[in-house]
Design a protein around this ligand. Sequence first.
Ligand code: CA
Length: 320
Amino acid sequence: MAKKKMILDLDTGVDDALAIAYALAAPEVDLIGIVSAFGNNRRDICAQNSLKLLELLGHPEVPVYNGADHSCTTDHFDPEQVSLDIHGNNGIGEVELPDPQRSVEEESGVDFYIDAAHKYGKDLIIIPTGPMTTLAAALKKDPEIAHLIGNVTFMGGALTVEGNVSPVAEANIHQDPKACNEVLTSDLPLTMVGLDVTLRTLLTKKETAKWRELGTKAGKAYADITDFYIDAYYNLDIDKNGCAIHDPLAVGVGIDPSFVTTLSLFVKCVYEEGPYYARIIGDNAKLNDPNPNVKVAINVDKERYLNVFMDLLTNLFKEH
Ligand code: CA
């Protein structure tokens, strides 16, 4: 069977770094490019992190494109202190990696999306794990792509649990709720991998110790990067039992939707200022419309997922 083509749209912090490793290790997909978002850090730092990690993992051929560097409703972006506390000032747990050989592509992330949608159609899977500003801009420039792309599986939102920025808002969505709403209310086939499921998949130092024991550069770097995040989760009292591996779960579900159980809904994202800012919620106006375009993940087979996650990443780190 032909491999599916995957594009990651990342604000490369720690869990995005794990998402890159998952996508490179998964035999079912070809990672054809990474679009760089702002979010955990500035877009350009996130792009450099992606390039460094691709080279660390032996895949310098994967191109990185510039996405939006601020939300569609602002003209500037500065990272939040809490993002730096969780992901480190450099986004990857203060781990220093060599400067990348390769540069960011000249072509924009928007045009890369549009070209890839026309080229690969239903074989294309897009995994945004940061704000969806670039994807919304691509839909605006070429609305036809909503009918071409196979699936968009995004990490973001919280439907059945509380948010992590406000009681109703999750961080990725909170960065640009207007862009999110444009994506959600397009005709794109979407899967939402939100806090409902990602908070259930926890990684601990027991797992990262296995990577360090491999004695490889990638194994050590990934153990250090992830341990910083586990410590931040502990010290900031987010979770004392381990760190949530948000972004790689979206990659896993994009490849194998059977990792999660979903609820099919038409949803929207509230982008007006107020207590419900950045909340993703079912769209009352479409409750009786057929064929909802969004599958919201509400539970996850965490043991099976974590086993696959560990097997894939450990085998990849063994080689590099
Ligand atoms: Ca992310």
